[in-house]
Design a protein around this ligand. Structure first.
Ligand code: NAD
Length: 492
């Protein structure tokens, strides 16, 4: 029963079974019957039927549902953390301290934000009419989410959509569907009418593609890779729907010569290894001033050798597995190929022993990475830090921007003017100064360049999930209005 449609758990009708695996052991967590096009049609139908009433609910009614959902999520926090940890291969500490509390906070935030949709002041801009702005929901949103943070990505898609009065059909990644189903269940239990939140767990090319191309879906919001994002945009174009894309990243981590080296080293370890590096904002390319370069590389490698790689259910584990065997092979392949023109300082292989059953990969530093090589340009999405040196600030900024991506970046310096320049000149949707990773519900998350467009989280996300209507109301009561003469004049 891995579809949640019209407020009910159902089985998929595609006839295709799929095993959800625990990537730390390879054990089967659950067997799913994938959704086919008929399930997507049923979910879109349920969302369409629920739209009228949900879109007319008052802000306080929607806010009340979300506030209740935040409480219910908190009550189920430990269960959510355990399921998230198992199917996504996350260390339990990360699921408990980051994924679940982040989702609870996001839900509470959108509960509050649902009561305040800003617009221009109503006024007599023409002199003869009162103009006002209505911010209206768009309709049925079809969302597709990735496997790296299954619960948080589901929440980032669902919450602003429903807070703004839309209904939604979410298709999570097929390898991590379980916590998205739990989120839909919680929102329904909290009072969202059946059909407001639906989840179809199917494959990308079948269920995802059908959802994105569905004529009754008014908007697509997608989080995933840039390659699939481009396909999604092309599919959505056939029905001319609104598209919001959150895509890949290759974040630069720029360490200037006046940086606090200890802070930069610790910051790089945390920002590269979070979620085993499967984070679209993870520090991927460390660009380090030549005067600090050797110490930085040695400092990060030293900490990497102390990282505790282990079973995901152990509270002491720092680094869990990658999400799947396919992904592990991709990461390992990229590091192998990089050996031709770079130095693998530490890591660069999978651990043996008990961990060999899982999709583990050791934390890896690759120094002197060749500019233009695959490891420099492509998303690895694993615990692999590429490091290069620079000599002056112009070069540092140029290297930071030497990527097709533009999701996130950080600058490490004690000089406020340098920090100001880096914040302005690095083309990314987020620039941290002397930190890298923290996110907060009140602030937007979204890309520049090929990292996509549109924002998740914060009140800015309402720009994606609402449309703005201008209502212009004549206040003169005059039948023959002065402006008519521009178009026609009566004889005499
Ligand atoms: P992916 O692009 O392979 O898949 C994402 C989703 O798209 C999955 O649900 C998949 O089933 C679906 N899909 C695949 N083909 C499809 C198609 N033809 N039509 C419709 N849907 C289809 O990405 P992934 O491997 O699951 O996730 C990792 C990627 O996500 C990385 O590139 C990462 O940077 C990105 N990501 C970005 C953000 C962000 O906020 N910008 C956040 C998290 C992850």
């Amino acid at each position: 029963m891995h579809q949640f449609i019209g407020g009910e758990h159902r089985s998929g009708t595609s006839g295709t079974p799929f095993e959800v695996l625990d990537p730390s052991t390879g054990d089967v967590v659950e067997e799913v019957l994938l959704a086919g096009p008929e399930d997507v049609d049923a979910a879109v139908g349920a969302a369409r039927a629920a739209f009228g009433e949900w879109s007319r609910a008052t802000p306080v009614e929607r806010a009340t549902v979300l506030a209740r959902a935040a409480t219910l999520l908190e009550e189920r926090a430990e269960e959510l953390a355990r399921v998230e940890s198992r199917h996504a291969g996350k260390p339990i500490r990360l699921a408990r301290e980051f994924d679940v509390p982040g989702t609870v906070d996001n839900t509470a935030f959108f509960g509050a934000a649902a009561r305040r949709l800003d617009g221009m002041a109503s006024a007599e801009y023409s002199g003869d009419h009162t103009s006002s702005i209505r911010r209206e929901p768009i309709g049925v949103v079809g969302s597709v989410s990735p496997w790296n943070y299954p619960l948080q990505m589901a929440a980032w898609k669902v919450l602003p959509a429903v807070a703004a009065g839309n209904t939604i059909v979410l298709k999570p990644a097929e390898i991590t569907p379980l916590t998205s189903l739990m989120l839909a269940e919680v929102l329904t239990e909290a009072g969202a009418a059946p059909g407001v939140v639906n989840v179809v767990t199917g494959s990308g090319p079948v269920a995802g593609q059908h959802l994105v191309g569905h004529p009754d879906v008014a908007m697509t919001s997608f989080t995933g890779s840039t390659a699939v994002g481009r396909q999604v945009m092309a599919t959505a174009a056939a029905t001319g729907k609104r598209v919001h894309l959150e895509l890949g990243g290759k974040a630069p981590f720029v360490v200037f010569d006046d940086a606090d080296l200890e802070a930069a080293v610790h910051g790089a370890v945390a920002a590269n290894l979070i979620n085993a590096g499967q984070d679209c904002t993870a520090a991927a390319r460390a660009i380090v001033h030549r005067s600090l370069y050797d110490d930085f590389v040695a400092g990060v490698a030293d900490l990497y050798r102390q990282v505790r790689t282990g079973p995901t259910d152990d509270e002491a584990t720092d680094l869990g597995p990658l999400s799947s065997r396919t992904h592990l092979d991709k990461v390992a392949g990229m590091v192998e190929r990089a050996r031709a023109d770079a130095t693998v300082v530490c890591g660069g292989r999978s651990p043996g022993g008990d961990l060999a059953r899982g999709c583990y990969y050791e934390p890896t530093v690759v120094s002197d990475v060749a500019l233009g090589s695959e490891l420099w340009t492509d998303e690895v999405f694993g615990p692999v830090l590429a490091v290069v040196p620079f000599d002056d600030d112009d070069e540092a900024i140029r290297l930071a921007n030497d990527t097709e991506y533009g999701l996130a970046a950080s600058a490490w310096t004690r000089d406020t003017y340098r920090a100001g320049r880096a914040s302005r000149e690095i083309r990314a949707g987020c620039v941290w100064v002397n930190d890298h990773i923290p996110i907060i519900s009140e602030m937007p998350h979204g890309g520049y360049k090929h990292s996509g467009f549109g924002k998740d989280m914060s009140a800015y996300s309402f720009d994606e999930y609402t449309q703005v209507k201008h209502v212009m109301h004549d206040i003169t009561g005059i039948a023959r209005k002065g402006w008519h003469r521009t178009v026609f004049t009566l004889p005499g």
